[in-house]
Design a protein around this ligand. Structure first.
Ligand SMILES: *Cc1c(COP(=O)(O)O)cnc(C)c1O
Length: 479
């Protein structure tokens, strides 16, 4: 970096000027060089977060915000947790990275063992990769290969059943089973064709479709599994709540019944707990709430408490056994990622599990979940809130133009985005899913901070919905 931008080398009297200059330069470079995810760069307005402290994010100008999206759904115990920081430093004194292709590292081994100990029963094998999408890709390929190599091979089992509006990541396999049209439709020619099961549950104004009831959805799954008998490799789903779909909560019992149906038809079940894992829904894993053990469990986001990219695909001994054989039999899983099992990430992952245990994190959640529930319960009567949906420490607040008619705002008005941008003025960073404003803080948030976060959210929503585009008398920056 040029010395003119370095605070340390600037003479004291020019310090502030240099800081301002540095900030402007960074903003300009951010806009010019950094291609941000899910962002229209032509409209991108930089906000540079330079530090974190517990549940707070601090920008380059020293402004503080509550991290209302847990830094994209992955932060668990807050930023700069002393034990996580220490674990990282300690591992750094040993080695930062070695490969897990045919080699291992004590920290990675220990982490695998610790994961198996906390995972639902039966999941004993851990395949490490780098991010959530990779964990999904590994599960899909493993399920496919499993049927070719099973004790009685069924090579026609090549297809996947996925839930409507599912989100499993952005790589090609993951969007093949994904069902959020605005992310996947364009790339359809590049992906495979999943069999789609409509998602059950209450009304969802954003899609304008009336979803099937629990019974209808289960009957449909039974039908699909019968109709496609012998050709389905696995069913894949997010348990309890479909996050990116718009915080879409399944009716109780759905997951349990899907598990029973997959067992009945001898089809594998892949659970995507990339977002729900590590306490988000109130239990360590969402599937525990319905006593379900899948054949594959995909983990990422909270796996390292939001510190480093790492993912894991957990599998059963039954799956693993189908991949065993001599070199000449060519049954190995020929798939891997360079940084899979990275020891730094594993060290933080172990420390995170220690914190869950020692700080009784799961036991601390019920009052926070109840606090969020009271807030959204109150917000539900707001004239532009069409629906609120909550599962544990995550909630989606759906903004609508006309509540009685269930009429959404024209999507071009970006009301959800406007609400989140407005909330920044009140000290919160939030992230929307279309017109659904999401509150998903680190699990370590205090009740007091949660109150502040809710109040900033409410004010943001108020600002963004106060004017309507067709009220020409009301000044409105959306029209
Ligand atoms: C975020 C997410 C993914 C993808 O994870 P990445 O780390 O972004 O690749 C997959 N599934 C679910 C449910 C997610 O929320």
């Amino acid at each position: 970096m040029p010395t003119s931008l370095s605070r340390d080398t600037a003479p004291q009297e020019r310090f502030d000027l240099a800081a301002i200059h540095r900030d402007e330069m960074l903003h300009a470079w951010d806009q010019r060089h950094v291609w941000h995810a899910f962002t229209q760069m032509q409209e991108y307005d930089p906000l540079l977060i330079e530090q974190g402290e517990g549940c707070w994010l601090i920008d380059t100008e020293g402004r503080r915000y509550l991290d209302g999206s847990a830094s994209m759904w992955c932060n668990v115990h807050g930023h700069r947790h002393p034990r996580l920081d220490a674990a990282l430093t300690k591992q750094l004194a040993q080695v930062a990275h070695t490969t897990n292709l045919g080699l291992s590292n004590p920290t990675t081994v220990e982490f695998a063992r610790r994961l198996v100990e906390v995972a639902p029963p039966g999941l004993e094998k851990v395949f490490f990769s780098g991010d959530g999408s990779s964990a999904i890709e590994a599960a899909l390929k493993m399920a496919f290969q499993f049927w070719r190599q099973a004790a009685s091979p069924q090579p026609d089992r090549t297809r996947f059943i996925a839930i409507g509006e599912a989100y499993h990541g952005d790589t090609l396999g993951a969007i093949g089973v994904g069902g959020v049209d605005r992310f996947t439709a364009l790339f359809a020619p590049l992906t495979f064709d999943a069999i789609r099961l409509p998602s059950p549950g209450g009304p969802c104004p954003r899609t304008g479709r009336q979803p099937p009831s629990l019974d209808e959805s289960l009957a449909a799954l039974d039908r699909l599994l019968t109709e496609h008998a012998g050709t389905v490799a696995a069913v894949i789903m997010e348990p309890l709540v479909q996050m990116a779909a718009g915080i879409y909560v399944h009716p109780p019992g759905f997951l349990r019944d899907v598990r029973d149906l997959t067992a009945k038809h001898d089809v594998l079940l892949i659970l995507d707990e990339v977002a729900t894992g590590f306490g988000r829904t109130g239990t360590m894993f969402a599937c525990e709430q319905e006593n379900v053990s899948p054949d594959f469990l995909c983990l990422a986001k909270g796996l390292t408490a939001g510190y480093l990219p790492m993912a894991a695909t957990l599998a059963t001994a039954r799956v693993w056994d189908a991949f065993l054989g001599t070199h000449a039999e060519q049954r190995a899983f020929f798939h891997g990622h360079t940084y899979g099992g990275n020891p730094l990430a594993a060290a933080v992952g172990i420390a995170s599990l220690d914190i869950f245990r020692d700080e009784r994190v799961l036991e601390s959640l019920p009052p926070k979940i109840a606090c969020l529930q009271r807030f959204v319960g109150r917000l539900a009567s707001h004239e532009h809130v069409g629906a609120v949906r909550q599962c544990g420490l995550v909630t989606g607040i759906e903004l609508v133009a006309d509540k009685a008619a269930g009429r959404p705002f024209p999507w071009q008005e970006k009301r959800g985005t406007q609400a989140c941008l407005a909330a920044r003025k009140y000290g919160a960073i939030l992230r929307q899913l279309g017109d659904v404003v999401v509150i998903m803080p680190p699990l370590s948030i205090t009740l007091d901070e949660l109150d502040q976060l809710c109040s900033a959210t409410e004010r943001g929503i108020q600002d963004a919905t106060a004017c309507t585009a067709d009220h020409s008398s009301t000044p409105c920056h959306f029209s």
